[in-house]
Design a protein around this ligand. Structure first.
Ligand code: ADP
Ligand code: TRP
Length: 331
């Protein structure tokens, strides 16, 4: 059976952290085995906020290095930069004729940006969902692994696909949000406030680029309390989070030991954090080192981008050729 087509865009802002790793990258890595995956760095999208031109290459190379070091395999997936595939902006232009100002203005992420940056309400920001639809439809993808915040964008991609199909003939499948498992992993911030994130309390966020001592310090400072006083108490969410992390990085069985200690009211959080810190260091260390090594190897990264763009363009050029024909652009 033909493998289903999956597309996802990776933003190139900020360093990756454990939330990104366990919430997103780990799923990409599982998907690369079973699907025909197109993963790309959404560098054109990042232009909506006018980044310094000098910052673009370092941030694209970093996000590539960190994803590959985490296990994304450029041999198995097409890994490319959006700006290396000119068919994407071509389809974006076509879809723009099918996107209405009114609907674009109603998108919550657009309204947020307008509120946050009233001095930079550019047309690229307004048509962000159209470019995202082009990213997806260019490969005629059916599955798109994205977080909850992107669901509205995906619905717009389906609308544009439908409009194209009803005007020019059945061509684009309607892409659906894809979750690998029903259980969405959410990593909380180590201070117990909300989710781990690159923009909130960075001292309570573990980055894949953190050195061993930083990881140890952050974990030892993670929020705990004086422990349960009744057997089999309900776990507070910040304690639960330590168990989630331990389960992800420690040897099998270790979590059980601490869980029994919790249920028996004799858990020592200091010991648990020491154990977690060492296991986390052992987990993050090799990823950090591999990413740092790759980051320095610009030739390899350029080669990966080039090969990725080739794979992406092979699929994109077929779509554009057919779309042009359907629209009557074949003189
Ligand atoms: P951030 O919130 O740090 O800016 P992004 O919004 O760029 O992260 O998210 C990139 C991906 O990582 C998304 O798929 C998102 O669902 C996932 N992700 C981010 N933070 C977490 C978290 N704390 N727990 C689980 N998944 C997360
Ligand atoms: N908008 C997405 C985000 O902010 C990134 C993105 C761009 C994307 N194009 C995409 C995701 C296409 C999935 C498919 O995270």
């Amino acid at each position: 059976m033909e493998k289903q087509i999956v597309v996802s865009g990776i933003r190139s802002t900020g360093y990756l952290h454990l939330g990104n790793y366990f919430g997103a990258i780990q799923n990409y890595i599982k998907m690369q085995e079973e699907y025909n995956c197109y993963f790309f760095v959404a560098d054109y999208h990042s232009l909506t906020t006018h980044p310094d031109p000098k910052e673009l290459r370092p941030s694209v190379f970093r996000v590539l290095s960190e994803n590959i070091a985490s296990g994304l395999d450029p041999e198995k997936v097409a890994l490319y930069a959006q700006s290396d595939v000119p068919e994407i902006p071509e389809l974006y232009l076509m879809l723009n004729m099918l996107a209405y100002k009114g609907e674009l203005e109603k998108v919550p992420t657009f309204k947020d940006k307008v509120r946050q940056h009233p001095d930079n309400v550019n047309a690229g920001l307004l048509t962000y969902p159209v470019l995202m639809a082009a990213d997806i439809l260019i490969h005629r993808a059916v599955k798109v692994p994205v977080g909850k915040d992107q669901e509205q964008h995906l619905e717009m991609a389906r609308n544009f696909a439908q409009r194209f199909n009803s005007r020019y003939g059945e061509f684009f499948p309607e892409p659906q949000v894809f979750r690998f498992s029903d259980e969405t992993v959410k990593i909380m911030s180590l201070d117990g406030n909300g989710k781990m994130s690159k923009s909130e309390n960075i001292n309570a966020t573990i980055f894949l680029s953190d050195d061993d001592d930083t990881i140890r310090k952050k974990i030892m400072k993670a929020k705990t309390d004086s422990g349960p006083t009744e057997h089999n108490s309900v776990m507070p969410d910040y304690i639960q989070n330590l168990f989630v992390l331990m389960n992800a990085v420690s040897a099998p069985g270790i979590t059980d030991t601490y869980r029994s200690a919790f249920n028996g009211c004799n858990i020592r959080y200091g010991d648990m954090k020491k154990q977690l810190a060492e296991d986390m260091v052992a987990f993050v260390g090799p990823i950090r080192e591999k990413a740092a090594e790759l980051y320095k190897d610009e030739d390899t990264l350029r080669k990966i981008l080039k090969d990725g763009a080739e794979k992406a363009r092979a699929s994109s050029s077929v779509t554009i050729r057919e779309a042009r024909k359907l629209m009557g652009i074949n003189y």
